[in-house]
Design a protein. Structure first.
Length: 479
């Protein structure tokens, strides 16, 4: 067919575009498809032990046994979708038996009961198998300011416990330390703790780091702070015989200055640029940020509009860069107000009050996580072992509730080779394909569904799912 543009005209028009496109692709490589932890559990460094993750899991299971010994009690406690319509006690056993024998039949007959039983079973399994996904050994707010000699000792002991956990295979899949901020008053202490910890760890392990080890830098406000940390890590690696680039870090966005700088520009891209390729995540600090906005304590909550604004700014700045985003923590903890003492039992009224306090905190935690997930924050902080059941319940129910609809849309869209389609009342065009694929990748990575379930529901193979690219799947199928 006849065309009008010559090769020279194309070259003149597209030369600078090619260079700019390559630069754009380097800065915005997109999602890696790697597993992102659904939470980071923070605990004081003085308390960390090699078996901390298992201990937290056991405490979480004990909380479930005491305050929600069955699926329907737990579903009502956290306000799981459909909980209000669950069968009463006389019909609960029937639903449980049907779920044990024919779960798919129950799924179609009574979806609320199926969801409650499925979530509860998967939470139990998770707490037994892998109760903590990410743990941060905290030398900052969860540790406080202590004499230098005491923090020195805790840095060394915590490193030795990590080494022991590495040998015993008792560490969570992600682990790291949070040091003190690089403010003028605290940076020397933070740097010394970092040096002591990493040095002691490498000595104990002969230069072996745990997989997915990370350093957390809190209260980042200016680019020079992540820049300094990147240079320090670069200097530590050869001194300890570590591979270049093996020490990575995450930044905490906890100040208004981290969102907008003194010129009214977004400070976030500059923070990332200053990290010299070592930053892998950005965590939002709910309470420091709301305090910096002069919000009073009673209203410093994860779902405050000021937090949503800051987190959306983070999304806009870091979208496509591969940087993981994490929300903050719910600070109302599921802790019982009364405890039995030696030779002293709780009254029935005290037991009831304990139960209601835990259930109230569970509902709040569950609602906060759902809010995070709806706004595309797939990771958050947990501070208490009894928050682990609600963390996994909220994440699993988020993906399971929309599973059938998402599966039908993805299957139909792939089968029709990405032509615009209508499934029910939902219109899908090419922009939706990657979003549907991301849904299943995250659902698999967090354990809400298995790869086999995803393949069965969508017709997309495990290999295709792990390509991470909807366009690549379509291109391979049309070859």
């Amino acid at each position: 067919m006849k065309i009008s543009l010559s090769d020279s005209a194309l070259g003149a028009a597209l030369g600078t575009l090619e260079v700019a496109s390559a630069s754009f692709a380097r800065r915005y490589p997109g999602e890696t498809g790697r597993r992102q932890p659904v939470h980071s559990v923070y605990g004081g460094a003085h308390l960390f032990r090699a078996g901390t993750a298992r201990r937290l899991g056991d405490l979480a299971l004990a909380a479930l046994e005491e305050y929600a010994p069955d699926a329907f009690t737990f579903a009502r406690a956290v306000a799981l979708p459909g909980a209000a319509s669950l069968p009463k006690s006389d019909k609960q056993a029937v639903a449980e038996r049907r779920f044990a024998k024919l779960p798919e039949k129950l799924r179609h007959e009574n979806r609320a009961a199926w969801l409650a039983l499925t979530v509860y079973a998967r939470v139990h399994e998770k707490l037994q198998r892998e109760p903590v996904e990410d743990f941060r050994i905290d030398f900052e707010d969860g540790y406080g300011n202590r004499p230098d000699a005491e923090e020195d000792q805790h840095a060394k002991l915590a490193a030795e416990e990590v080494a022991r956990g590495l040998d015993e295979n008792s560490l969570p899949p992600f682990i790291g330390i949070r040091i003190k901020p690089f403010s003028p008053e605290l940076r020397a202490r933070g740097i010394r703790t970092l040096d002591l910890f990493v040095t002691a760890l490498c000595e104990a392990t002969r230069g072996r780091l745990p997989e997915n080890f990370v350093v957390t830098l809190p209260k980042v406000a200016i680019p020079e702070q992540p820049s300094a940390l990147a240079k320090l890590l670069e200097a530590i690696e050869p001194a300890l015989g570590l591979k270049k680039g093996s020490l990575r870090f995450e930044i905490m966005i906890e100040t208004t200055q981290a969102i907008l700088n003194d010129r009214g520009e977004s400070a976030l891209p500059r923070l990332l640029d200053a990290s010299a390729g070592r930053c892998i995540a950005a965590h939002f600090g709910t309470y420091d940020y709301t305090a910096s906005c002069s919000i009073t304590a009673a209203y410093q909550t994860m779902d405050h509009p000021a937090c949503d604004f800051a987190k959306h700014m983070m999304q806009v700045a870091f979208a496509g860069t591969g940087i993981w985003l994490s929300d903050g923590a719910t600070n109302i903890l599921p802790a019982a107000p009364y405890r039995a003492g030696k030779g002293k039992k709780l009254t029935r009224a005290q037991r009831d009050e304990n139960r209601e306090a835990v259930h109230r905190a569970w509902r709040l935690h569950f609602a906060h996580i759902q809010h995070s997930l709806v706004t595309a924050y797939y990771q958050g902080w947990d501070l208490h072992p009894a928050q682990l059941p609600t963390r996994y319940a909220a994440v699993y129910s988020f993906f399971l509730e929309g599973l059938d609809s998402a599966a039908a849309r993805l299957k139909n869209f792939v089968e029709k080779a990405a032509k615009a389609t209508l499934v029910g009342e939902v219109f899908d065009d090419a922009a939706t394909g990657q979003g549907l694929l991301n849904y299943f990748l995250r659902a698999i990575n967090c354990g809400a569904i298995s790869e086999a379930e995803a393949e069965s529901l969508t017709g997309v193979t495990s290999e295709e799912l792990h390509m991470g690219s909807f366009l690549r799947i379509l291109n391979n199928r049309t070859k």
